[in-house]
Design a protein around this ligand. Structure first.
Ligand SMILES: C[S@@+](CC[C@H](N)C(=O)[O-])C[C@H]1O[C@@H](n2cnc3c(N)ncnc32)[C@H](O)[C@@H]1O
Length: 257
């Protein structure tokens, strides 16, 4: 385990491409990320609900919707290219989350940059919004940077059941357990974990719980300050203020409960 004094945690307010471009080649062991895709929301015109506010106010100071990554194929290729460059070829594993639109439009591009190993389903247990069947799951593509580095355990399933968060403080805040599962499966203590769409920093809490270093960015200043406060509180008290009941230890329990 790395000591708290030696742990590197770098958070920045930045666009994901600018941030990734600032990192040295081969300097990251693991990318875990949950991008803000524009496609699905633009098509479904979601966002008039109680929690998410008016979609038309996205990215504005008082809007509840955050700014989204423009997920054209050209832009997404630039993103994947940078992910591949920063990922260490010997150790690099990558987990990228997709909704059902982006999975079909952008997911296939992953094969041009990485060795795709599996498509994981996150079963959120409770249903959410959606036309033509209400949404209860999201996807995670798992790939390596061309290496054959194994997971910690060959018995982990590819369907993960973690309850979605209800009334979370940050829009689209994900359960820490989701990132814990990715990091526990793929990281050794001391690995450098990176999340270029970190939001409220759920992946940062998971990285700390797994004894890893962490690099994160978000284009929104509010997200970065929330993540900073959250990490500081967690380090001080051992309690995550945004998800006080998350599983405290990494481990196989995270997968099976
Ligand atoms: C789905 S949320 C991530 C939520 C996060 N996993 C959590 O648990 O809190 C996506 C994040 O991407 C950020 N974002 C949107 N466009 C971005 C860009 N071009 N570069 C970096 N971050 C961006 C949004 O501000 C938002 O916080």
């Amino acid at each position: 385990m790395i000591s708290e004094q030696k742990r590197i945690i770098r958070l920045e307010q930045s666009d994901c491409l600018t941030f990734l471009q600032s990192l040295p080649t081969d300097s990251v062991d693991l990318i875990v990320t949950d991008p803000a895709y524009s496609g699905m929301n633009e098509r479904l015109k979601l966002g008039n609900g109680r929690i998410v506010g008016q979609y038309s106010q996205k990215g504005t100071q008082n809007g509840k919707w955050f700014q989204e990554f423009q997920d054209s194929e050209a832009n997404y290729r630039l993103f994947l290219e940078q992910c591949r460059r920063v990922l260490n070829p010997d150790t690099g594993h990558i987990y990228i989350m997709f909704d059902s639109y982006s999975l079909l439009s952008l997911g296939p591009l992953m094969r041009d940059y990485f060795a795709v190993k599996n498509l994981i389903t996150w079963d959120k247990i409770n249903i959410g919004m959606g036309h033509y069947f209400r949404r209860r799951h999201e996807y995670i593509i798992f790939a390596t940077n061309g290496n054959n580095r194994k997971l910690r355990h060959q018995g982990f399933p590819d369907v993960w059941r973690f309850k979605r968060l209800h009334r979370a403080q940050y829009a689209t805040q994900k359960p820490v357990e989701l990132f814990q599962a990715m990091i526990f499966a793929s990281a050794e203590p001391g690995f450098m974990v990176c999340d270029p769409f970190m939001g409220s920093g759920s992946s940062a809490i998971a990285a700390i719980k797994n004894g890893c270093h962490y690099l994160g960015c978000d284009v929104a200043g509010t997200a970065v300050s929330l993540a900073q406060t959250r990490i500081a509180a967690y380090k001080k008290t051992g309690q995550d203020p945004l998800q006080p009941k998350s599983v405290s230890l990494p481990g196989e329990k995270v997968f099976w409960e």
